[in-house]
Design a protein around this ligand. Structure first.
Ligand code: HEC
Length: 93
C-alpha cells in the first residue's frame, strides 16, 4: 500500500513537472513578438534587448511584474507571456 502511494506521488510529481515545464519548453517567440510590438516597442528599440539570454530577460521581467524592479511602465504579464517575450528577444537580432 505504501509503495502504491509512493508510485502515485512520483507520477503526480512528474505530471506537475511536465505542466510547469511545458510553457517554458514551448516558449512561443511569435507570440512574444506580438506582445513586444504592441506593448514594448512604444519605448524600446529591438536592439535594447535583442540577443540577451532568455533566462536573464525572464528574470528582469519577472522582477518588473512583481514590482521588485523599477520600470518606466508597470508590466502585467503572466509567466507564459514573459517566457514568450524572452524567447522572442533572445533570438531577435
Ligand atoms: C513607457 C515606456 C516603456 C515601455 C512601454 C516598456 N519599457 Fe522597458 N524600459 C523602459 C525604460 C525607460 C527602461 C530603462 C530604465 C528603467 O528601467 O526604467 C526600461 C528597461 C527595461 C529592461 C531592463 C530592466 C533591467 O534593468 O533589468 C527590460 C528587460 C525591459 N525594459 C523590458 C521591457 C519589455 C519586455 C516591455 C514590454 C512588455 C517594456 N520594457 C515596455 C521603458 C519602457
Amino acid at each position: 500500500m505504501r509503495r502504491v502511494a509512493h508510485v502515485a506521488a512520483v507520477l503526480a510529481g512528474t505530471a506537475v513537472g511536465m505542466l510547469l515545464g511545458a510553457p517554458v519548453l514551448a516558449a512561443d517567440a511569435a507570440a512574444g513578438k506580438k506582445i513586444y510590438d504592441s506593448i514594448c516597442a512604444d519605448c524600446h528599440e529591438l536592439k535594447d534587448h535583442a540577443g540577451k539570454p532568455a533566462a536573464d530577460l525572464e528574470k528582469s521581467l519577472k522582477a518588473i511584474v512583481a514590482r521588485q524592479k523599477k520600470h518606466k511602465k508597470q508590466l502585467h504579464l503572466d509567466d507564459v507571456q514573459i517566457a514568450d517575450v524572452a524567447a522572442y528577444l533572445s533570438t531577435a537580432k
